[in-house]
Design a protein around this ligand. Structure first.
Ligand code: C2E
Ligand code: CA
Ligand code: CA
Ligand code: CA
Length: 278
């Protein structure tokens, strides 16, 4: 839209107006979505180098009676902007804990479920304390939960962030940096905060094999992470060629349509049980 420059200004502003109206509509509808039972979680398997499912990422879905499925890429930023993210985040946590308890009750072997935490949610008051209290109340072991944070969550006061992370880590909760390589922060934080994993953003994975330099970037990120004792999860793995390259670079974990799309609870359990043990 911006490329239209000055001549496009009027059109641009009319479009902006429409987008703004639509955003307001989504925000007001989202306010009632939890109570109206319109939200659900789906779980995408994360596999190791043998193809075994070791964890799952919980992804939020919103099915609205008129709009149909609204993408989290649309409504999460709006929830962040309107303060609704705290309620949504709490709902996601409770629902994921419920699922973890169900899996354990059924003897399904899974190391952990990863939950996305938005920057605003993480930086709100007592995130770490609240989370630890909730999982204790629900009887979920702390090592059954992982948190995925983007670099944006680290941009505010690093001391405060560091303190919260240390609290979580010493309680046994692993933290991953999501969408690694797409943020604008410096790399120095990698040394100063307690992390377990980097999630290599899908944009890099999608460029594997395109040219030498895109391969070199993937290799460099994996090597750097290993040098810092961090595991690497490759996101958005769609082809066998991408998987082969990542395996060759000793990437640790893999997620993407090549293995499975995000699945509903029951389908997830079926998927785990259908993967042959190697
Ligand atoms: P993300 O955390 O980077 O999640 C990965 C996204 O990639 C998911 O999109 C997933 O469905 C998609 N994906 C997985 N494998 C592939 C693949 O092989 N190819 C392609 N093209 N895509 C793949 P989704 O579910 O639409 O979520 C979008 C974003 O919304 C997430 O990106 C995350 O930032 C946010 N989000 C989702 N659920 C939550 C939540 O519960 N809380 C918060 N704060 N954010 C969430
Ligand atoms: Ca449920
Ligand atoms: Ca994520
Ligand atoms: Ca990601």
């Amino acid at each position: 839209v911006k490329e239209r420059g000055r001549d496009g200004y009027l059109l641009y502003s009319a479009e902006m107006e429409e987008v703004a109206q639509h955003s307001l509509f989504i925000q007001s509808e989202l306010r009632g979505a939890i109570a109206a039972n319109q939200l659900s979680l789906v779980y995408q398997p994360i596999v190791d180098s043998r193809g075994q499912v070791v964890c799952a990422e919980a992804l939020l879905r919103w099915n609205h009676p008129q709009m149909g499925n609204v993408s989290p890429s649309t409504f999460i930023p709006l929830a962040e902007g309107s303060g609704l993210i705290e309620d949504l985040g709490e709902w996601v946590l409770l629902e994921a804990c419920d699922f973890i308890n169900k899996l354990h009750g059924n003897g399904v072997p899974l190391d952990a479920v990863a939950i996305n935490v938005s920057a605003r949610q993480f930086n709100q008051g007592a995130f770490a304390e609240d989370l630890l209290r909730v999982i204790e109340r629900l009887g979920v072991k702390s090592n059954a939960i992982e948190l995925e944070l983007t670099e944006y969550a680290l941009l505010s006061n690093l001391d405060v962030v560091k303190q919260a992370m240390e609290k979580l880590r010493s309680a046994g909760i692993s933290i991953a940096i999501d969408d690694f390589g797409t943020g604008y922060s410096s790399l120095s934080y990698l040394q100063s905060i307690p992390l377990a994993r980097l999630k290599l953003d899908a944009i890099f994975v999608s460029k594997i094999g395109v040219n030498e330099s895109s391969n070199a970037i993937v290799k460099a990120i994996i090597d750097m992470a290993h040098g810092l004792n961090l595991k690497v999860v490759a996101e958005g793995v769609e082809t066998q060629a991408q998987y082969d390259f990542l395996l060759q670079q000793r990437c640790d974990l893999f997620q993407g349509y090549l293995f499975s799309r995000p699945l509903k609870e029951a389908d997830f359990v079926n998927y785990i049980e259908s993967v042959p043990v190697k």
